[in-house]
Design a protein around this ligand. Sequence first.
Ligand code: ZN
Length: 509
Amino acid sequence: MDYSGKTMGEAFNALKTRLADYTHFQQAESLLSWDQETYMPPGAVVDRGEQLATLSKFSHELFVAPKTGRLLRDAAKEDVVAGNPDSDEAAIVRVTLRDYKKERKIPVDFVTELERARAQSHQAWVEARKASDFRHFEPWLTKMIDFARRYADLQGYKEHPYDALLDRFEPEMRTSHARKIFAQLRDGQAPLVKAISAKADAISDAPLHGHFPREKQIEFATRVSKQFGYDYNHGRMDFAAHPFETSFSARDVRITTRLYENFFNPMLFGTLHETGHALYEQGVSTAFAHTPLEHGVSLGIHESQSRMWENLVGRSHEFWEHFYPELQATFPEQFRPVSLDDFYRAINRVSPSFIRVEADEVTYNMHIMVRFELELDLIEGKLKVRDLPEAWNARYKEYLGITPPNDAVGVLQDTHWGIGLIGYFATYTLGNLASVQLFEQAEVDIPALRDNIRAGNFAPLLQWLRANIHQYGRKYSPDEIMRKATGKPLSAQPYLNYLKRKYSQIYGL
Ligand code: ZN
């Protein structure tokens, strides 16, 4: 096909039509996956797997077809794109072309082989964890590491094979930069963990355990998430075993949560976390509707949003100065006898533990550091899979001062490696760090920010996030987002300062 009308943007328009087909396939896949995690009867799991496989086959074929490449290259020459490199149109072509080149490098055979292995590997992991028997999982993990190395070779990389693995989740993040950040954390955070561990008994979280009726928990969490700005006309909340957020488009962004009547934290803080993810997705500019850019740019930047709303807002003293009276009225028996300050300390209690997903703000990054370092050693071949449990336990002893009693609560606790997600863990920590760096900039730009929070007014913060992060979708890389918003690349220092400030006060260090 010849698009001679270069100034008219004919190729660009044809590209948009094609990308709309592609994204609609993907949205349907996401909807089926959401249903699988929320409402689908368990007996439908095999059928659902086949439905998803069919949809993803069609969407993949559509995307990697030579026609997509031709439209991308033709559109790049049109005035609508070439004439304005910073426009949304140019971003659509640039980012999609990057995806296209990456997808084309991975042969269909590799994808099929990996998919099949992943299903079996996941099953082996489930069984191994149940029996706390690492040996049962070992051959599969060895395969997953091998797949990761092959993926890196197919994809290519500038400095380190791990760059290619990181890039799947954190575009353009280099291993060398991540290493520097983790080294900074190790030096700064490890002493703080030790100092607080020595005073671990100073704070009790007993007020958070008791009886919290289901309906009241749902009502309170929903009220707060609405007040944050989560638009329920374009969203909804359901229950799932492992809470998550999923977005089909900016106009349909859903969250899930879980609830325990005898423990207060998971429902409220889980909901605030997923709300943070949802606010990001709801804020993407309509200019990117029906294109692959209508999502958050990376897992790290995404996690910066969820952690900001969960921790920097939701676990702050200012937030509870506003909400604690409401909370006391909602759960009078539990919270009337507890002062605001005791409640604040309880929700910020630090306690080194074996399980990552239960970790507090101070110890969380240490869990990630263990995984990041071990992944690197595995990819570099410095560490054999068979020696992994020992290496895992040694690092837990070193960084958290505790030794897992068995592999189920040690090296087998997370699902990620079993399904081939290598290069993923680091993004949790990158997100934590970015959350503070961004929040501090928001404080500079909005001098009344803490007073706003104290008044239950979250609109100024949300507007700042919309303007500096959300609206762009995938237009800018994570590094560009950080530099544009804060003037600096991502660094661990703001997070370290924040932890020291907050927890020295709480623990009287
Ligand atoms: Zn998250």
